[in-house]
Design a protein around this ligand. Sequence first.
Ligand code: SF4
Length: 444
Amino acid sequence: MSEETQNEIEFSEGERSAGYLSAAIKKSDPRQGLPSASGLYRLRNCPGSYRMEREAITRNMAPPDDSEAAASGTRIHRWLETEADEDWQALSYAEQETAARCQSQAGKVIAGFAERYGMITSQTMERRFVMNAFGVTGEMPTETPWPAPIIGSGQADRMAFCGWRHILILDYKTGRGDVTPAESNDQLRGLAPMVSFLQPETVTVAIVAPLSGQPTVAEFSAESLKVAKNWLVHTWLQAPHATETAAGPWCQYCPGRLICGTYAAHNAATLAPLTQDGLPDGKVKEAMFARAYESDATTLAEMGERVKMLEWGAAAIKSAIRKRLEEGGAGADELKAVGWLLKEEGGAREITDPDKAAQLLAPLLAGAEGGATAALMRAAKLSAATLTEELHKASGKKNARQYNITGKEAKELLAQTLGALITQKPRTKLVHGKTETEETEIEY
Ligand code: SF4
């Protein structure tokens, strides 16, 4: 079955003549409801996805990105922008490690840029640029309206300038997993020409993604900036009118996936070997497991190729249901009527003051094997990662943000100190390509 279908979504004449911006969207969205550089990967692969996204937002069917990874990325970006102590303190230990590595890698990229082009004259953070239908670019306007409708925008996480002639744009990626390198990254290909109003001779772009490896860098000459700008203008001008959709890995970023026929068809095709002969009432799960186990390797490989899409779909549906229940009103009532509800229950019990707890428990555990300390350590199920963190912090502060030993040194010190007392049991994980796959059962 073809993955490409036509999705018909109507925009009103008013929306079209207003440059497809609605006032409500303008108010709540820093991108003003327009295509953005960060969405170019999805837009290049699925041209109709912009219309689908707007339709989903209008119908309140866009799942919120409430994942912990997104919240963590926001916190780390915040500190990288402000370097304020309060923003640093808001980071977990692991986030502090990532933030520090982002900053260190960015420093090296900027040093290499300066070595190539000369002294850095200025640096800025989190700047958003816009482009109009004529390819004219500029800073995001705050008060003054632009002479022609803006067709898209892009935000640079960090920039460095060697005068106006040579500009560096840096993008931070704070998660794990594959990151498209700078030379083939659609977001950076879109961001580079957004600064063409400054008439640079070169724009260097870099991806800093410490959890995925070393930074990658690419350079746009004046000539290649023109090519990139033409592509960008064409792509963004087409976005509100394109209807052709195609499902693929980019769907995970698409706010329109809950209403998208192409995405639904793709997922239905994935499940077809498990569902095509119908499913027995009350035994759906058992039947699907049995059919999966009976499938041949070729069928399993075909289904496995698409399984991530199903997981994103399931996550999006659950996230949207949660949002609707939290919002209350008629939508929540309708969901409650068919059995959905938000149930509050106690999480894992936690001891809030470990020092005091140890003091209180010591006399009670005095007779335990190895004494009270050994008993407490057994009960705490010591994790080498947590101990590494404790050692790191116990080394004392070198300055406001750094300890006297690095996280890596703390890990080595723990290994030296405990030697064979640290063991690591091998375990198997399901991996597809470079991606680890969760083997979870769906629980409601
Ligand atoms: S869900 Fe996927 S196929 Fe559908 S519009 Fe979005 S990106 Fe395109």
